[in-house]
Structure formats: C-alpha cells, structure tokens
Design a protein around this ligand. Structure first.
Ligand SMILES: NC(=O)c1ccc[n+]([C@@H]2O[C@H](COP(=O)([O-])OP(=O)(O)OC[C@H]3O[C@@H](n4cnc5c(N)ncnc54)[C@H](OP(=O)(O)O)[C@@H]3O)[C@@H](O)[C@H]2O)c1
Length: 474
C-alpha cells in the first residue's frame, strides 16, 4: 500500500543515518540497498522500533510510495548513480522526483537531469555535508535542480537539516541543474584548504618549534573558542588530546602521514582553472595531499636532501601567537576564494547561486561550519556583488591587524624548513590582490617577444607589438 513519504536507496554510512533522521522527524521512509543483507541488518538493528519499511526490489519500493514519488539516492558517486537510476527509472512516472544526495559531479547531475526530464522525472542534485553525525543529527543540505521539484521535498529537508543559532534550517534552494552539487564541491574545496592550514599550524608548532603535545592540544583548544571557532578546530583539539592505548603516544604520532582524497578538491581546482578564478589556497591543499601520498619517496629523499639549520626568528610564545594569526588569515583567504568561485559560476554556469545563502546554510551541520560564516553571510547579504571577501568588514580590518603575525609565522616556516603550502599561497594571494601593479607587464613583454602576442599600454588605448629584435635606437 502506498503510504510512505520518501524512499532511500543506499544504506551506507550516510544513508542509514539519514533514514533514522527522517524517521525521527515523523516521515515514513522505505529503504532499499543493493546488498540485501545490509537492509536486513539495518532493520533488525539500528532501525528496530522505527517505522522504516525494508524493500527488497525496486518494484516493491516504488509501490510503497505516495505519488508523486520521492526517491533519495545515497550511493557512491560516479557510475553507481547511473546504474541505480537505470534500475529505478522503469518504476517511476512523470512528476516523480529523484534526489541524488551523494557527491556527484555537477556536470553529471546536469546530464542526468536532462535525460530524466525527457520522461517527466525531476532530478534534484543535493549536496549533503556533516558526515555520519551530521546525517543523523542534522546536516547542511545544498539542493539544486528544478525549483518546483524542490518544493516537493522541502518540508522533509527543512525538518532534518541542522539549525543555526538563529533557528533557521541549514537548507536553501540554490539554483537549477547542478547548482547544489556545485556548492557542495566548493564547500569541499574550502574544507581541503582549512584542513591543510590547520595541519600547517600544527606542523610549525610541533615539528618547527618542538611544542610538547599537551601544550599543542591546549593551544588548539584555546584557538577553537575564539575567532577561529569552527568544527574543524574543535575536532583538531580533540584529536590532539587523544592518546594511543597501545603505545601511550599521542594518536597523531602513530597515524601514517599520507592523506587520501576522493576527488571533490581536485574537481574544485579543475573548475577554478576552467573559469579562470584564482584559488591558490585550495589548490595548494590538494597538491599537499598529493605530495603527502609520496611517502616512500619522501622517506628516501629525507636522507639525501638537506634543509636549513636556522633557528626560529623569535620566542615560542610569539610564534605561537603568529601561527594563530596566520591560520585565521589563511582561513579567510580560503573562504574568499571559494566564494569568488561560486560567484563566477553563478554567472558563467547560469546557476544564479545566492552566495549569502550558501554562507548561511554552512553555518551549522556541515564540516566547514565556523563562527566566521555569519560575518561572511552578512558581507554578501549587504553587497551581493562584493568582488572579494578580503575587502569586507570585519575581514579587511582583521587581516590588516594580524599581518605582522601572519608574516612572522610564514617567515618562521621558511626559515626552519617546515612547508606551509596553503599558508604561503594565502599570503601571496593577499599580497597579489592588494598590488595595484604586478609583474605581469614583463610577462606580457615576454609573450610579445617570443610569440608576437601583443600587449596593451598603460598610457593609451589599443593593442601594440614591438619588434624586439630590432635595434633600440632610443
Ligand atoms: N561518508 C561521508 O562522510 C559523506 C559525507 C557527505 C557525502 N557523502 C557522499 O554520500 C554518498 C554515500 O556515501 P557513504 O559514505 O554513505 O558511502 P558508503 O558507506 O560507501 O555506501 C555506499 C552505498 O552505495 C551502494 N552502492 C555502491 N555501488 C553501487 C552500485 N553500483 N549499485 C547500487 N548500489 C551501490 C552501496 O551498496 P552495497 O551495500 O550493496 O555495497 C552502499 O549502500 C557518496 O557519494 C559520498 O561521497 C559521504
């Protein structure tokens, strides 16, 4: 009997938690998973005592749903999404709604949406962030697709989403086609950058200055309660406090230093290159994970390549404070770059994303939730065409004040040979953006010299070429 509000396909880590969240808010959920035993274990275990209905075929699942049907896919991104759509599609009819809640590429979402539209089936591409815990307690939800289709699922999303301090649910319609997955991709790009910046501050204090682990945990704990307050800072402080029960050492010391990635950071960088938006803090973070993965090469090179023998240019306390300023400034740069990419894509990709709304729905539930997001939201709400977050209050003033510490932290990293790729990229971004004149004049001259690419002049209109090989008789 059709009596269920929504179906969920894909009972992985995210899927199971979302089901329990939706059920807890009083919506009737039917579930299906490719591997039957996973469904059986779920309904007999975590979902016991709930109203969740287990289905063992797509036919059974479709028959359990109220019309129009709402089917949420939480399967692995890529070809599994296409495979599941092919399986479920024959059981759907015009007016039904498919929701892809995984980390799909925005271009795949646009393609699938157009294919399904031919059959009158709507597709929403929805970024869901917050990990396991967020899915269960309240994630940040980033939906894109046909607006009328969003209205079909809006009550469920508004009920299950995280709530910010002002009580607003962390969900908003973001735009057509792949807009939701685009915003999630940029969210993940910022996430890569902030994680890397935190790792660099940790590395400078721990390896560069020899800060003992308890002092390190205390520093991050203190920072996470003030201007740097964020989920990623909180979990860092908790991680740094955790000891390994087997060896008694800090957990961080026994974990292999080789970072993995699933691709959303790389997609962000590829997309930024495509649109010509500089996001150096984010791309340095993606590259830093790539370099970390060359563990065997790094170990071999550590025995053959020398580093500096220099001392830090200050006492530990002043450098610790400097590292805090550098982390704040780098984090602002990461958000500034992500927002700039969103703004450009809003126009060029036709997403029309309201950047202030994106900041609003990131304030709770998601991995990059941070105290500074309320100021970011305000900045874009006050000036939707803001060319760069660095120019907005309070960031412009704060970066100005923190500049001496920001530079001291990076100077220390350079002197002691502890790499700070995202931190250095952030400062170069700031210095580049505030430079009225950059050496691109020389680049243009070189391009004109070897390729007759022409250049423009600062003193008159037009396009110019110089015969660089001719004698200069002036
Ligand atoms: N984990 C997170 O923190 C997180 C956060 C945000 C977004 N996401 C995204 O959410 C999605 C799900 O993530 P997850 O962590 O929950 O994944 P997961 O635990 O690895 O589960 C994957 C699910 O996909 C199903 N699946 C895989 N290939 C399939 C195929 N070819 N046909 C049918 N079903 C298939 C699996 O079914 P079987 O049981 O049959 O293998 C399983 O239910 C991904 O796109 C992920 O990127 C994850």
């Amino acid at each position: 009997m059709p009596s269920h509000d929504i179906a969920l396909i894909g009972l992985g880590v995210m899927g199971q938690n979302l089901v329990l969240n939706i059920d807890r808010h009083g919506f009737a959920v039917a579930v299906y998973n490719r591997t039957r035993s996973v469904t059986e274990q779920f309904v007999a275990g975590r979902a016991q005592g709930t109203a969740v209905k287990a289905c063992y075929s797509m036919q059974e699942l479709a028959a359990a749903l109220n019309i129009p049907r709402r089917v949420l896919l939480m399967v692995k991104a890529g070809s599994p999404v296409d495979a599941v759509i092919q399986e479920v599609r024959p059981h759907l009819q015009a007016g039904d709604l498919l929701i892809d809640g995984g980390n799909s590429h925005f271009a795949d979402t646009a393609r699938r949406s157009q294919e399904l539209q031919a059959q009158g089936i709507h597709l929403l591409g929805v970024g869901i962030s917050g990990g396991e815990e967020g899915a269960l307690r309240g994630p940040s939800i980033m939906p894109g697709g046909p607006q009328a289709a969003y209205e079909l699922v809006r009550p469920i999303f508004e009920a299950i989403a995280a709530r910010a301090d002002d009580g607003a649910p962390c969900v908003a319609y973001l735009g057509p086609l792949g807009a939701g997955h685009y915003v999630k991709m940029v969210h993940n790009g910022i996430e890569y950058a902030v994680m890397q910046l935190i790792a660099e501050a940790y590395d400078l204090l721990q390896r560069g200055l020899g800060t003992p682990s308890d002092a390190l945990a205390r520093a991050f704990d203190e920072w996470s309660r003030a201007e740097l307050a964020s989920y990623l800072m909180e979990i860092t402080a908790a991680i740094l406090r955790r000891g390994d029960p087997e060896t008694g050492k800090p957990m961080t010391e026994v974990i292999l230093d080789s970072a993995e990635q699933k691709g959303t950071g790389r997609w962000t960088v590829q997309e930024a290159l495509e649109l010509g938006v500089p996001i150096p803090t984010i791309s340095a973070a993606v590259e830093a994970r790539g370099l970390s993965a060359l563990k065997a090469q790094r170990v071999a090179a550590s025995r053959r390549l020398s580093g500096p023998a220099a001392e830090p240019p200050g006492d530990r306390q002043s450098i610790e404070t400097a590292a805090r300023h550098a982390l704040y400034a780098g984090t602002v740069c990461a958000y500034a770059q992500g927002m700039a990419l969103l703004q450009r894509a809003s126009g060029e990709r036709g997403f029309g994303v309201n950047v202030a709304e994106a900041a609003r729905i990131w304030r709770a539930g998601c991995i990059i939730r941070a105290a500074m997001l309320e100021d970011i939201r305000r900045a874009y709400a006050a000036e939707p065409g803001l060319s760069n977050l660095l120019l907005a209050s309070p960031f412009r003033e704060e970066l100005g004040k923190r500049q001496p510490g920001w530079r001291l932290a990076l100077e220390t990293s350079l002197r002691v040979g502890v790499p700070a790729p995202s931190g250095s990229a952030s400062l170069a971004y700031y210095d580049g953006y505030r430079s009225a004149r950059l050496p691109a004049n020389l680049t243009q001259a070189q391009r004109d010299y070897f390729g007759a690419h022409t250049y423009q002049r600062i003193d008159r209109e037009g396009t110019f070429h110089t015969d660089w090989l001719a004698e200069n008789d002036s």
